[in-house]
Design a protein around this ligand. Structure first.
Ligand SMILES: C[S@@+](CC[C@H](N)C(=O)[O-])C[C@H]1O[C@@H](n2cnc3c(N)ncnc32)[C@H](O)[C@@H]1O
Length: 335
């Protein structure tokens, strides 16, 4: 399990930030990675896979590549999936789900390709372990992803389970919440890292349309070095190579590296809807960062800056699709 090929999918445009994040987490130089559209591929160990799940803010999942071969038909897809040693990853007592994505695939039906992958897995486990696993499309123990291009078939086993944007602290959603991975990408794009400025003081960050607090909570966790995955479970915990003691040690290492909560808030949020401010507060409390935050109600176009120190202003404003601008901006839009 020490010479794996990992693939971390991310939103288009985030690849460069993700490669830098992977370098920070694993120590692997970016030159050893392949950033392609929608993800980053890298050589890594099983331990790296667990560590990336725990610490990555930008990737959607951590996948292990198990096959990468040319194909022309569904028959080839079946053969490629049959050659994977599924029996070292999970047992037939576990449930599976196969998902297929494609770009310019010559195949008529992706559903049928997915069925062929599922058949190959079930047939192989029946031959090797005497039983076929069942499919569970809602809460599978094991997720398998197949990606088809015009001539190549790649098969991955997932190590994340629920997608990584689910950090485990959100209960209050609001009307148009950002995905946590996207909020983290927005913060990365500003260059704000949460590290102190040249004067040794925290660099403030302000979201004046904070909604349920996604940007603020991501930022606060970054500044306090809190691992985004510390409050959730992962798919790898159900796979056969899982070693609980290695995982516990990684979690302990992450907990030991957390910074103390600040005496003064340095991350500011406000929203015109008091209900949203309340959601943000409750989410921040669950995420363990409320002490770093100052939250207020108010119209973004009327509030005074929350601090005189230079910092970053970052917002995901209402744009009239899922939610309309309120307050002064809303009146202007109407007139
Ligand atoms: C797209 S949502 C932000 C969602 C947020 N990023 C999250 O993850 O929950 C836009 C937010 O802007 C707020 N809003 C609308 N008009 C506003 C105004 N004039 N001043 C401040 N906030 C406003 C809405 O109440 C809403 O919470």
């Amino acid at each position: 399990m020490n010479a794996l090929t990992l693939f971390l999918p991310c939103a288009a445009g985030v690849e460069g930030y993700l490669a830098a994040e992977i370098e920070r987490i694993t120590g692997l130089p970016q030159a050893s990675m392949l950033a392609s559209r929608g993800g980053v591929e890298l050589p890594g160990s099983w331990r790296d896979a667990m560590k990336l799940n725990l610490h990555s803010r930008l990737s959607q999942r951590v996948l292990v590549r198990l096959a990468y071969q040319p194909y022309r038909s569904e028959h080839d897809v079946y053969d490629i999936a049959s050659e994977v040693a599924w029996e070292i990853w999970f047992s037939p007592r576990q449930t599976i789900k196969v998902e297929v994505t494609a770009q310019h695939s010559p195949l008529q039906s992706l559903n049928f390709a997915g069925l062929r992958v599922k058949d190959a897995i079930c047939d192989r486990l029946r031959d090797k372990r005497g039983e076929r696993p069942s499919v569970d499309t809602l809460r599978p123990d094991v997720r398998i992803f197949t990606h088809l291009t015009h001539d190549a078939c790649t098969v991955y086993i997932d190590t994340s389970g629920e997608p990584l944007f689910k950090r485990g602290w959100r209960e209050d959603k609001g009307d148009a919440p950002l995905k946590e991975t996207l909020a983290a990408a927005m913060i990365a794009a500003t260059g704000w890292t949460g590290e102190p400025g040249p004067d040794g003081q925290p660099v403030p960050l302000y979201d004046p349309c904070c909604g349920s607090g996604t940007v603020l909570i991501e930022a606060a966790q970054m500044a306090l070095n809190i691992a985004p995955g510390r409050q959730r479970r992962f798919g790898f915990e159900k796979l056969l190579p899982f070693q609980p003691h290695v995982w516990q040690a990684l979690k302990q290492e992450a907990q030991d590296a957390e910074l103390p909560l600040p005496a003064q808030p340095f991350i500011f949020g406000s929203d015109i809807a008091f209900r949203m401010v309340d959601f943000a507060r409750r989410n921040a409390e669950r995420a363990g960062v409320m002490q770093a935050l100052e939250l207020r109600g108010g119209d973004a176009l009327q509030r005074m800056p929350p601090t005189t120190s230079p910092g970053v202003l970052l917002l995901n404003p209402p744009y009239g699709e899922r939610i309309a601008a309120a307050g002064v901006a809303g009146q202007r839009a109407e007139s």
